[in-house]
Design a protein around this ligand. Sequence first.
Ligand code: GYE
Length: 631
Amino acid sequence: MTEYIKTKWHILAVLIAVASLSIALYGCHYIPFGEGGNKDGVSSIIGVSQANMREEWRVALINELREETDKYEDIRIVTTDATGNASKQIQDIDNLIGFGIDLLIISPCDEKIMGDKIKEVHDSGIPVIVMDRAVEGFDYTLYIGPDNEVIGQQAGNYIVNLLGEKGGDVVVLSGNPTSVQGTERLSGFKSAVENVKNINIHEVYLGTESKDAAYDMTITAKRIVKDADVVFTYSDSMALGVCDALRFMGLDKKVMTVDCDGFKGVDEGLDLVSQGRLKATVSCPIGGKEAIDYALSILNNESGVPKQVILRSNIIDSTNVEENLSRINAETADDGRKIKVGYSQVGQESNWRLANTKSIEESAKEFNIDLHMEIADQSQEKQFEAIRSFINEGVDVIVVSPVVETGWDEVLREAKAAGIPVIMSDRNVVVENREENLTTTYIGADFVEEGRRAMRWIRDNVSKTKDTLRIMEIMGNVGASPTEERDQGFREILLENPGYEISYSDYGDFTFEGGRKVVREYLENNEWDIDIIFSQNDDMALGAIEELKEHGIKPDVDVKIISVDATTEAFEAMVRGELSCAVECNPVIGPQLMKAIRDLCSGKQMPFRIITDEKVYDQAVADEYIRKRLY
Ligand code: GYE
């Protein structure tokens, strides 16, 4: 067949494929390809697989993704609607891949069924951003979503405060939630109100989660509603139905309504609060803007893309609705203003910490941020002094990597009183009352998952040479979040797998000498009878290895050694055959931190948490990866 005819048939084939696909992709936003089926001027195609287009906030997500994508000439978006059917969603995804997408954004119909499909796409090399419902495991590029339990709790706490000591009657309108989101919000709401004196809950079930069903049911339940103080429902659409019904019955001045979603459209949460029809809404940013921001970073192979972004939700009522409306529409603008940041760094205790400090200093320059860093040598008192000096200096933002989790409430209240937002970097704090919002966001690792990964590696790779393998745990410094949480995750998996026991644990303060000390002191009082060492960071593992060798104990032969951080020094020890496994804890969080600071200063909504992306390495892959290490 001559070249000409072949080309003609090719064009025809592509056009038929595009046409049939457009029909199959119900509600698709198809790409106007140039002649010959190529992507004239289009650098990337983002496929979006939406679980359904029945729920208002899902429609809102698609609209937000499109609004954001329309800002970029060379980016196209193709959307599909699985109509709530997991097998159709799988078909949609295959169609999108056939369409030639470069990245997939998916809000899964069913986390269990879709988890395997998401892993298949991710493993094929197509980046996957999962939104709203987290699937099991971490076989995706990035998860962005709210914490629906917290959203329900916030609504419940608001109503409890609203009704005060006197308490009152609360009608809970729920649609026999078909959505995970609804179930989680209700669960959070109930956890906040169930044990509160004088609060009487009256549950009213709808068939579906729609405005009309809520309207009809509110009228049908007039006998209960007319004596209620508050009606709670967990979506804007249902809340509108309730407000309309209360107005129809002449009860809208007597009975208050509280809901979740807080969307910004006409007659949606924010608007209803502005109109005075809705007492309060718990806003849940949809994440469309963030998804496209991160999608572009991923497509441009930028470093510092996190693993999870947990969106912040806020109580919005008449006192703050205008402020929130302006914040939601704020753009991240590098307006060139020199932002001044005070950073209280925990210390210089480990190679990880040195890499972390380097990443933050380099990113501050790159983002045009005036960074004032104080090193605290693992002293909380020194951190308090540094924070107070930043407050006196009048910095724009304070960032803290806290040496321990507790004891921060007073100094954080001082920063809040001074109007200076505080970001927790790398490690987190535990405060007395989360509702005080003493910190704006947490950027760092999921330490509990790191602990789980360490024990899963042991379970899967250390042969059971005896009934019970004895484990020595070398922990960081007392009270630090990585210490507590890595231990928690490790023990969680250990409990699921008989045949292992933590026979000895002690603190090594995340330092090389600390690791040596733990092993030395053990050997001063015991014959060596440990099969596995779990060290909560590399420096302590390397110190332990040094001490073992001085006593003629062969690392990785006589005792398997698993560490956390995965620094270059750990890779070198794995290549030498001394360290068995390194669970990654990424210190290179400078870019994410500086972006968050820029967003914060431009008034953008900050996520609750930004969790870094991490893997597990062992001797089988150490040689391959050692050259690629960034720290
Ligand atoms: O594992 C360790 C450092 O806070 C995650 O602190 C960080 C830990 C890290 O000293 O090396």
